[in-house]
Design a protein around this ligand. Structure first.
Ligand code: DQA
Length: 161
């Protein structure tokens, strides 16, 4: 009997999602977030994804519903989601609920070390679903997250046989 197609394992697509104010990366509080722009991050992600044999869908929005819609899209098409939900990390049950409908790998990324900052940044709704969390490694965190998605995808495919 043919095995059922499994989007989460068979797809090479990874969504890289960015929440509010990250469009201002490079200009916004550079002492916290650095001088690299989101376009630089996207270029780095695309370069590494090509090396890893992955395909990137890179998005940023200041609107919660758009992020939720991309997560719904990822459900049908992607093996992983790398997400920096920015301030929605600390507030959004709706983004958590959307991620809970996704079967692939989820890695949460924060450029800054949120645990070293204000107390309200210490709690993350998204961490309740994330398979891993990277914080405080600057924009390098995105590349490390992509490597983790590739690794977990390979591992899951190998164990499936
Ligand atoms: C952030 C940390 C959040 O607390 C903050 O609201 C952001 C960016 C980070 O990447 O360090 O906008 O997610």
């Amino acid at each position: 009997m043919a095995t059922e197609p499994n989007t989460a394992l068979d797809s090479r697509i990874v969504y890289v999602l960015n929440g509010p104010n990250l469009n201002l990366l490079g200009k916004r509080q550079p002492h916290i977030y650095g001088y690299e722009t989101l376009a630089d991050v996207e270029a780095d992600c695309r370069k590494l994804a090509a090396e890893l044999g992955l395909e990137i869908r890179f998005h940023q929005s200041n609107r919660e519903y758009e992020i939720i819609d991309w997560i719904h899209e990822a459900r049908e098409t992607a093996c992983g989601i790398v997400i920096n939900p920015a301030a929605f990390t600390h507030t959004s049950v709706a983004i958590l609920d959307a991620l809970n409908t996704f079967e692939g790998v989820v890695v949460e990324v924060h450029i800054s070390n949120v645990h070293k900052r204000e107390e309200f940044r210490h709690h993350s709704y998204v961490s309740l679903r994330a398979d891993g969390v990277i914080a405080g490694l600057g924009t390098q965190g995105y590349n490390l997250a992509l490597r983790r998605v590739a690794h977990l995808r390979d591992k899951a495919r190998a164990s499936k046989g």
